[in-house]
Design a protein around this ligand. Structure first.
Ligand SMILES: NC(=O)C1=CN([C@@H]2O[C@H](COP(=O)(O)OP(=O)(O)OC[C@H]3O[C@@H](n4cnc5c(N)ncnc54)[C@H](OP(=O)(O)O)[C@@H]3O)[C@@H](O)[C@H]2O)C=CC1
Ligand SMILES: O=C(O)C1=N[C@H](C(=O)O)C[C@H](O)C1
Length: 247
């Protein structure tokens, strides 16, 4: 049995994770921690792995506290910067036996979309991303879109491809969206949506669209459970669930 703590327990994701852990024969729920609790509660309860679905402003401190407490971490919370990831990597040197997985998206379709987009990006002149989410989401662009853009940018740089063509010289309202490593990202917030992303790739006379849709948060649970089961076997920092998959 793996003993699991859930941070952000009463949130939209945390409540699904609790249900998924309770339904898994090889996992047991050690602690459900919310805003008024802390990582110390997870440690006192003997958790081996903690799952964090909290808020961008809290997640880094949670991960450092989990490392100090000797608890493996599976993190879905978004908002991570390169500097914050480096700080976690540095901290893990003190506890080389621990694993930390930070995954911007646990839905298998989204994980595959990111891989497909990076593979396709070198064959198309233009690429842009549209992410679409429920209006209660606090961060934009989404962690998934940011990770997708970074993967695309890395693939294009490795292939020696420059930025997508764009004649825009006048955009006082920022209509061309955020630009992440040269890739334009557009964020839609709409009641009724859960989590969706389209990667649009264009060449003269053709377009490839890669689209992933999470219609329900149950879509994230197989990936979260994979992370919980695998994290202790992957010491150090892993960014992206694809690091645990045979892709
Ligand atoms: N990687 C993935 O596959 C996915 C990632 N996400 C990401 O997960 C995060 C959470 O999303 P979602 O569940 O929709 O958000 P919610 O706002 O529904 O849930 C966040 C929860 O965290 C609690 N919380 C805030 N601070 C702390 C803290 N310091 N310790 C413990 N709990 C805390 C909040 O409590 P209170 O309300 O009292 O402040 C709330 O219950 C977001 O960053 C989102 O982008 C979402 C879906 C999938
Ligand atoms: O807040 C959400 O809902 C989601 N957040 C993650 C992100 O920012 O990419 C993952 C998924 O898109 C749902």
């Amino acid at each position: 049995m793996i003993s699991v703590a859930v941070l952000g327990a009463s949130g939209r994701m945390g409540s699904h994770v609790i249900e998924a852990v309770n339904g898994a024969p090889d996992l047991e729920l050690a602690a459900a921690v919310d805003h008024d609790g802390s990582v110390a509660d997870a440690a006192r309860a003997g958790a081996q792995v903690a799952v964090d679905f909290t808020v961008p402003s809290a997640t880094e401190a949670n991960v450092h506290a989990l490392i100090d407490a000797g608890i493996h971490a599976v993190v879905g919370t978004t908002g991570w910067t390169e500097e914050a990831l480096l700080r976690v990597e540095e901290h893990l040197k003190e506890r080389p036996e621990l694993g930390v997985l930070i995954a911007p998206n646990f839905a298998l379709g989204a994980v595959l979309s990111m891989r497909f987009a990076a593979a396709a990006a070198r064959y198309f002149e233009s690429v842009e991303i549209v992410e679409l989410h429920h209006p209660d989401k606090v961060d934009a662009p989404s962690g998934t879109a940011t990770h997708t853009a970074m993967g695309i940018a890395a693939a294009r740089a490795a292939a020696g491809i420059g930025p997508s063509p764009d004649a825009t010289t006048h955009d006082p309202e920022g209509a061309r969206g955020a630009v992440i490593e040269g890739v334009h990202v557009h964020a839609v917030r709409l009641r009724g949506l859960v989590a969706h992303e389209e990667i649009l790739l264009g060449n003269p006379g053709e377009q490839l669209t890669i689209r992933t849709d999470s219609f329900d948060r149950v879509s994230f649970m197989p990936g979260v459970l994979l992370g919980v089961r695998e994290v202790a076997r992957h010491p150090g920092l892993t960014v992206g669930l694809d690091g645990y998959m045979a892709l």
